[in-house]
Write a protein that binds this ligand. Sequence first.
Ligand code: PMP
Length: 351
Amino acid sequence: MKPRVELDDIRPYEPPRMAWEIEVDRGSKEYAKLTMNELSFGPLPEARAAAMEAISRANRYPARDADPLRKAISAANPGITAANVVVGNGSSEVLVDLLQILDRPGEVVFPWPSFPFYSSATRVVGLTECQVALDERHAVDLDALHAAVGPETRAVILCNPNNPTGTYLPLDRVRSFAGALPERVLLILDEAYYEFVEDPAYAGSHELVLQSTNVVSSRTFSKVHGLAGFRIGFGIAPLGISDYAWRAHVPFSVSIVAQAAAEASMGQTRSITERARFMTQERERLQAAFDETGLEYVPSHTNFILVRTGPAVFERTGVLVREGEALGYPGWSRISIGSAQENDRIMAALT
Ligand code: PMP
């Protein structure tokens, strides 16, 4: 058997270095794992209870179309209906489902550095990639992105806010960009870090989705909801796209437990908002400490911060961060914002 030649250059996902791979002299066995932009807190109590209850129904397949969850998601995004919502095994799967419905051959355009999965997923599904450099402030360059769109372009992926830089674009700029795109090109707004952006000019992409035929917003339960291990994310799409995304979707890919936990978590708007606020306050605290010590960083609108120093600095206090080499930023590190105690350890590493 000869595998497809496009796969020859693709490596399986390489997770960040783990504690046991690193020798750190820090006097305690407790590492702070701040490598993957996870939440340092577990699921909300309501989500945990719903998951426990769902375990007793694990002999049954989950609802294929995740109806109760899709209703909860549409209730939280006024104007959309459950028919606009697609779910997946993480927003990663939603992304793959969307790439699967694109015409072949063709190209997918996205900013770079950005979420590395865009590159491998594009190639795995048999499309080609076009990476567009960020601007000098580490932000997505919409003019350059627009200029890269050509006759072969099938989709543009806009990571907003962008991973790994934490920069964001307000909705009016996204709207103008979407309006200038040919309608035959799908615009995927990857909003995995949606809840951490405080600027009121950012939120509301679901309205743009409803006004368009070619814009999809993708979000996740992996970050502020603290459900990364359950693997569940969703997309908000015009009906013509959600219909086709379901056709490409692997049936039952989201477990009954994940659906139950996500539905319960979606209903806890106040607790989720409080969590997001805690993270943004901690972000400010960390950035103020970086200012004080003169550590260069990219001002963040997410639950992570890109800083200009290697991981070894943070390993001194037992904090594991993502090495910038893996993200297109050699010599930098991406630090996920953790609990208050974990963030204290980040700051202790700087003194
Ligand atoms: N998009 C971005 C920008 C991400 O950073 C991540 C996870 N790190 C994802 C999507 C995927 O998240 P998940 O599949 O867990 O929903």
